[in-house]
Design a protein around this ligand. Structure first.
Ligand code: 13P
Ligand code: ZN
Length: 266
């Protein structure tokens, strides 16, 4: 494996360790995919398939010939942190844009959330985005908050979380999209996620977890972490017996203006 690709895989392993340490990755919880097409060399392109063609479950026209590192289904983040190529694999999307083969290192079956991940990557390519990584995890406080229907209206949670600490607005400037509860691993979940990821870098799956996109896996992790930190502050204040006051709308607007924060993805 060339050093540029190895560097991306090492970042995945580092983030997998953080997910475990944070308590967001019980058992096999969560998954990671990275579009590594730009890092694939001739040697890797020449690798023969380790699997039969496998169906994605949906057709994604922009992924023809792309390569992805994918966490393996059923694999533990805490194991992936030490052995990323035994707990994940590299896949090549076939010319029909609806199926793929595993090419390296071992025939580890990709995550069950592959439809959501690949639908997102397809959209990112189509929109000319520089984003290459997608992270699904189970952040405790955000999932807890998703059990209150009052928080699930459009941008209700976004505004509440932004108001907890200025950095949330600065480092998660697009806020948090919401996907109502949908069966894990389903194409319906992929489609609902895709609609939200068009407007938000991080999306909350009701009663399940988050999906975040970023330039690399560290970026996707950071955005999730920043939002979950704000959720933790909210819950700590509640557990002390009071409703946190939150920053005022004026204070938040000031941050948006002074730091020239984006209000939509470029
Ligand atoms: P996988 O082990 O298939 O990646 O599934 C974990 C998960 O969190 C499903 O939502
Ligand atoms: Zn999950």
């Amino acid at each position: 494996m060339n050093s540029a690709l190895n560097n991306e895989i090492q970042k995945v392993a580092e983030v997998a360790g953080y997910l475990w340490q944070k308590g967001w990755a019980e058992r096999n919880g969560g998954n990671i995919t990275v579009n590594i097409t730009a890092f694939v060399d001739d040697e890797m392109r020449a690798l023969s398939a380790l699997s039969e063609p496998l169906q994605i479950g949906t057709t994604l026209p922009n992924l023809k010939g792309c390569y992805f590192y994918c966490k393996g289904t059923g694999k533990r983040m805490r194991d992936l942190a030490r052995w990323p190529m035994q707990n994940g694999s590299i896949i090549r999307i076939l010319d029909d844009c609806a199926s793929y083969v595993i090419i390296a290192d071992e025939p580890v079956m990709p995550t069950s959330e592959l439809p959501s991940h690949l639908s997102i990557h397809d959209y990112l390519i189509a929109s000319g985005s520089t984003y290459k990584a997608s992270l699904h995890t189970h952040p405790i406080e955000l999932v807890a908050m998703s059990h209150n229907p009052a928080f699930l209206g459009k941008d209700v949670l976004t505004r509440l979380l932004w108001s907890m600490i200025p950095e949330t607005l600065a480092f998660a400037p697009l806020g948090l999209g919401i996907v109502p509860y949908t069966l894990p691993g389903s194409v319906d979940l992929a489609n609902a996620t895709l609609e939200q990821i068009k407007d938000y870098d991080v999306v909350l799956w009701e009663k399940h977890g988050t999906v975040a996109v970023g330039t690399d896996i560290m970026d996707a992790f950071d955005q999730t972490d920043v939002l979950n930190k704000a959720a933790t502050i909210y819950l700590r204040a509640k557990s002390m017996g009071f409703n946190p006051e939150g920053m005022t709308d004026e204070a938040m607007k000031e941050i948006q203006d002074v730091f020239h924060l984006p209000t939509c993805r470029k």
